[in-house]
Structures are given as C-alpha cells and as structure tokens.
Design a protein. Structure first.
Length: 251
C-alpha cells in the first residue's frame, strides 16, 4: 500500500489459507496477524490496533456472524470483511445486517482480497480526514435522541430520564450525522455517501440500504414504518427530526 502500513487481523480456521494470506498481504505492504478462532480475535483486539478484521463465517465454535454481531453490540467500530464459504447471497445480506462492511465468497483470489482491504483502509482514512477538516458542531436532537458531534456518540433518553449510550460503528455514525445535518432534504445514495465519507467513497446501493436499516432499528419506534429516516422512492432518503410530514426538498 502507498499509505501508512495497514494492520490486518485475519480470523480463519484454515491454517493453509492463513499462511498464504499472511505471506501475500505481507508482501504487499500490510502488517498481518492471523488467528484460528473467536477467542484469539477478542484477545488481540483488546491489546492491539488493527485497520481491518477479516472474519471467516464458518469458523468452529463461535462463528463469524456471531463474532461480528457481538463486536458491534460492544461498540467495536473496526471495518469487518466477511469471508463466506458458500457464496450464498443470503449469507452476505445477513453479514451486512450484523454490521459487516464487506464480504468475499470463497474461493477467492488473494489479489481481490487485497483490493477490498485497501478500499476499506482508504475509506476509513478518508473518513477521518474528512471529519477532521471541519470543527465539531455541538449536538443534534431528534425525538428521544441526541447525537453528540464532539464525542461522536448517540444518546437515548430513557423513560426514567437518564441518557443511554447507543453504540454506532464509524460508518453508521457518519451516515446518521450526515442525515441529521441535512434535515428535510432528499439525499440520493451517491450524494449521501459522498457527504458522509468524502468524494472517494466506495459503497454499493445494497450496503447503504443495510446501514439505513440498521440505523432504523436503533432509532425508530417501528422500523417498518420509520418516522425519522424516510425512503423517498426512486430518489433516496430524507431525515425528519420531529417525525412530522415534510416536503421533498432536493439537495
């Protein structure tokens, strides 16, 4: 890679594949650690920083989907690339719903894995640079929620009146921040991703829709009938802070 050395953690129970990927990615400028299962993933993430986690779905014991779901529930924001053995579209969709950023079906060419890892690393660094270019702007409030732009946190007011921290991945935070900063405006997918992640973003329509679905599960009383993140059919999405009807103002 041309950027600073990328640190990659690979979790896969196939020893030969781990050795091949460690050698190949290492030869292309990555610092690679490999493990065989979920316990070692937890151990390394607790003590080291990584730029990307490559996670096999079909690991024995705790499988990759469970690991991904658990890490996201704990507030872990590292980009996750899932390796799926069957290449089943449903597996890929489930992985994205669990919080994965990308997926790659086995068997695959190491060169394609490298390209996808580079895209995830580049996206994260662009996101950091993009967010760092502008000062934080305090808080944005909608319904029972407050998005703290300085602390990069989403807080929900409980019935008892106490603030509850709602974990977000970095991609989910960027997406929600962008929507909340452009209230009552229809944002197409490309425009939304460019505003959220910078002009060199790399995301598919399906991954954007899955992230929107995850946000709705976090902030909507009824995700099937969203009041804050509305779908504008054929155009994109609109954020409505008060949940009321809103005119379609294009951005």
């Amino acid at each position: 890679m041309n950027d600073a050395l990328a640190r990659i953690l690979i979790a896969d129970d196939e020893a030969d594949l781990r050795a091949l990927l460690q050698r190949y990615l290492g030869d292309h400028g990555c610092a690679v650690r490999t493990v065989a299962g979920a316990a070692d993933v937890d151990r390394l993430l607790a003590r080291e920083r990584f730029d990307v986690l490559v996670l096999d779905v079909m690991m024995p014991g705790e499988d990759g989907l469970s690991v991904c779901r658990r890490l996201r529930a704990q507030g872990e924001t590292i980009p996750i690339l899932m390796l799926t053995a069957r290449g089943d579209p449903l597996d890929r969709i489930i992985g994205l719903e669990m919080g994965a950023d990308d997926y790659l079906p086995k068997p695959f060419e190491p060169r394609e894995l490298l390209a996808r890892i580079q895209a995830l690393v580049r996206r994260q660094r662009l996101l950091g640079a993009y967010e760092g270019a502008a000062p934080a702007q305090g808080t944005l409030t909608f319904g029972r929620y407050t998005l703290d732009l300085d602390a990069r946190r989403l807080l929900r007011l409980t019935p008892a009146g106490d603030p509850q921290d709602i974990p977000l991945t970095s991609a989910e935070y960027a997406l929600l921040r962008t929507l909340a900063q452009h209230p009552r405006r229809t944002l197409g997918r490309d425009r939304l991703m460019a505003l959220a992640r910078g002009p060199e973003h790399a995301a598919t329509d399906r991954s954007i829709d899955v992230q929107i679905m995850r946000l709705r599960k976090l902030i909507e009383a009824d995700p099937a009938r969203p009041q804050h993140i509305r779908t504008i059919w054929g155009a994109g999405y609109m954020f409505v802070p008060d949940g009321a009807d809103a005119p379609d103002t294009r951005a």
